[in-house]
Design a protein around this ligand. Structure first.
Ligand code: C2E
Ligand code: MG
Ligand code: MG
Ligand code: MG
Length: 280
């Protein structure tokens, strides 16, 4: 009996794994062509101040529209890009497009001169030895003032090699670029490192914001992150704010900025000017 169960369990296991493997290989080869076939798009999500709803910037989010699969979620394809190393050229493409677009909006007066565009950097991108030079090249090529650029990295990206990470952050800071720690609170956080690093923003992960109105523990964590950040001289951005009650709670905690469906979903570039004009 046990033997038969064991064999059945094994069959179930292989039956499930084989297709997933194939899907992954399929995604990988489809991704190899995504750029040349013009299947990549950028979405922009506005970030606004909690008090007064002033426009402070946008976060850039990569989108992949496959002709057959349709829109593939970043949580599905970004890990494949990361594992295959494709994230390096794709990430550079995102950064170049984003800088070019923001320079245009600044030039046409569509966005305010002190607002910023935020671009996500993956762990693998952040570990590139020549990242500083690559970014410098993109900045000079696109003409985006570095003061209008924020780069987002996660805690775990930073903790992977704290020493190398710290010197990269210092290089970015010298260039005049701002740094945000993304998904803050979800990594394994040694809070001690925060005080010594040239960081400008903490982004509270959506998992703490989601139930902030009903869950006392989530509210306590969000409140503590905001207090910690302020004591260290950092600004706080909340992600995933979906309604007025969540925003009110964050306002009570003194949160500086937010992004989320309550103000706007990530949208295509042509929708941004109208959204900006709705801000204070
Ligand atoms: P992230 O950087 O933390 O981005 C925020 C995510 O929250 C985005 O998901 C955004 O669409 C979503 N979001 C914003 N407001 C709300 C809200 O009110 N409710 C809900 N439920 N979700 C909200 P998205 O676009 O699916 O991206 C997921 C993740 O993929 C990003 O998380 C980031 O880690 C990664 N990613 C996206 N674009 C890039 C990229 O260009 N480069 C790299 N390295 N990673 C990227
Ligand atoms: Mg982000
Ligand atoms: Mg985030
Ligand atoms: Mg997040």
């Amino acid at each position: 009996q046990a033997k038969r169960d064991g064999r059945n369990a094994c069959q179930v296991y292989t039956a499930q794994v084989a297709p997933l493997d194939k899907i992954r290989v399929g995604l990988e080869s489809a991704l190899h062509h995504a750029m040349e076939r013009d299947e990549l798009r950028l979405a922009y999500q506005p970030q606004v101040s909690v008090v007064g709803q002033q426009f402070v910037g946008v976060e850039v989010l990569l989108r992949w529209q496959h002709p057959v699969l349709g829109m593939v979620a970043p949580n599905v394809f970004i890990p494949v890009l990361e594992d295959t190393g494709l994230i390096e050229p794709f990430g550079e493409w995102v950064l170049r497009q984003a800088c070019r677009q923001y320079r245009q909006w600044l030039d046409s007066g569509e966005v305010s001169p002190n607002s910023k565009i935020s671009v996500n950097l993956s762990p693998r991108q952040f570990r590139q030895r020549d990242l500083g030079q690559r970014i410098r090249d993109i900045i000079s090529e696109t003409g985006l003032p570095p003061a209008n650029l924020t780069l987002e990295i996660t805690e775990s990206t930073l903790m992977y090699n704290l020493e190398q990470g710290a010197s990269m952050l210092t290089e970015l800071r010298r260039m005049g670029i701002s740094v945000a720690i993304d998904d803050f609170g979800t990594g394994y956080s040694s809070l001690a490192y925060l005080k010594d690093l040239p960081i400008d923003y903490l982004k509270i992960d959506r998992s703490f914001v989601k139930d902030i109105v009903t869950d006392h523990n989530d509210a306590a964590i969000a409140n503590s992150i905001i207090a910690l950040a302020h004591n260290l001289g950092l600004k706080v951005v909340a992600e995933g704010v979906e309604d007025a009650d969540m925003l009110e709670r964050l306002a009570g905690f003194g949160c500086d900025q937010y992004q989320g469906y309550f103000f706007a979903r990530p949208v295509s570039a042509d929708e941004i000017p109208l959204l900006v004009s709705r801000c204070a």
